[in-house]
Design a protein around this ligand. Sequence first.
Ligand code: ADP
Ligand code: 5GP
Length: 210
Amino acid sequence: MKRFWESKAFIVVITAPSGTGKTSVIHQLLERDRSLRYSISATTRPGRPAEVEGRDYFFLSEAEFDAGLGEKKFAEWATVHGYRYGTLKSQIESTLEQGHHVLMDVDVQGAYHLRKLYPDGVFIALMPPSMAELRKRLSGRGTEDTDSLAQRLKDAENEIEALLFFDYLVVNDRLEETCEEISAIIRAEELRVKRISGPDSLIGKYLDKP
Ligand code: ADP
Ligand code: 5GP
């Protein structure tokens, strides 16, 4: 049924151990759901061959990242797997103002910070079917050297321990099903009464009051 009221846009935070498939899931969600916009983070990590500046990340030098911190451009930032990553305030605020939900890919520390700033956000933990499958996906992607692979698998243990902080748990077994589950979460969240903008005028419509 078509809704005749407006609901407020919100942030959707997806956190997952590296190699779970977060990037693949996010790409598909953005293709199938026009109400979503991706928040492009800044990072000091070098770009991977398939990554594009300004689409996947804003790739910054250490000095540029420091300048961004000095200018208070970040809503949150963290050191993850040895590099710095940060969410730009401008990416979140402009999207919410346009009435689109903000899809975000951050680590556990980022999720903690964002929950404080946006308590009405939706926090989803994406998990691999097993640690063996995680190792297979991460090494199969072919982007990490031996040290980076070991660090990411070690960090995965801490990330899995933080699972209970999140609102939803989705296991990325089959990509298609994963995206359907996340879309269902977003649809349900849109229908929450607390997200109705102008609730009084909606009640007025039913009761035929101005
Ligand atoms: P992340 O962003 O979480 O680090 P990626 O999206 O880069 O993970 O995925 C890691 C690897 O796993 C990639 O090679 C990707 O093609 C593969 N992958 C992603 N989702 C699935 C899935 N549901 N089943 C099997 N392989 C997957
Ligand atoms: P990757 O190097 O694989 O792209 O990302 C490594 C980790 O950094 C992932 O856990 C990802 O969620 C996290 N990350 C990406 N962008 C941000 C960000 O803006 N803030 C924080 N806190 N983490 C981020």
